[in-house]
Design a protein around this ligand. Structure first.
Ligand SMILES: [Zn+2]
Length: 197
């Protein structure tokens, strides 16, 4: 799976120009390879149906196919990253049941997202700070607040601002998805997060 733009025209142009590098072999580029299955994701406005494009590695020895998931999504989550992000951001301000009611998400789901985020908060913080430094050599890292989850949120906020300035404007949670290969909340099941080169 590869996180790509939510704009299908951009994805088609990237495929045509060979700008999408295969996440498996990291040598070949992807060409278009039909579409993946239809899926429904929940947004703050209701249900959105999308059928992600699929790409296939042009490298003869690889030929892996990948789902090209729009950056509004996280892998294996039925809610868009924006909704999940809102639930994470309000941790400490409102309980999971209340946040769930406000966002139209079962409370237990909000609790699960928050637990996953807390469980890997230090990893998340260092990952995003690493990206921020790679994107901006003058990046001034934030001072720790004494809470790993708060620090992780701050790191995401700072890093995604830098990414928007340097690489083009996207919503913070779209950047958070792109910079973790959709695996912001995954701990064991996702391939390694992309690292800056
Ligand atoms: Zn490949």
């Amino acid at each position: 799976m590869l996180i790509v733009s939510d704009d299908r025209a951009v994805v088609e142009a990237d495929l045509a120009a060979g700008r999408l590098v295969c996440p498996r072999c990291r040598a070949g580029v992807l060409g278009g390879w039909g579409c993946s299955r239809l899926r429904a994701v929940r947004t703050s406005l209701g249900v959105r149906r999308l059928r992600p494009r699929r790409g296939r590695c042009r490298e003869r020895s690889c030929r892996a196919t990948h789902v090209l998931l729009p950056d509004v999504c996280l892998a294996r989550r039925r809610y868009v990253a924006e909704v999940i992000g809102a639930a994470l951001l309000s941790a400490g301000l409102e309980g999971y049941r209340r946040a769930g009611e406000r966002l139209g998400v079962p409370g237990e789901t909000v609790r699960d997202w928050r637990q996953r985020f807390r469980a890997r908060a230090e990893l998340i913080a260092s990952h995003f700070l690493r990206w921020a430094r790679a994107l901006d050599a003058m990046f001034d890292p934030p001072v720790g607040q004494g809470s790993a989850a708060v620090d992780a949120m701050e790191a995401i906020g700072r890093c995604t601002r830098v990414a928007s300035l340097r690489l083009g404007r996207h919503s913070p949670w779209s950047w958070a998805s792109a910079l973790t290969a959709g695996g912001l909340l995954e701990i064991n099941t996702s391939p390694p997060w992309p690292v800056p080169e």
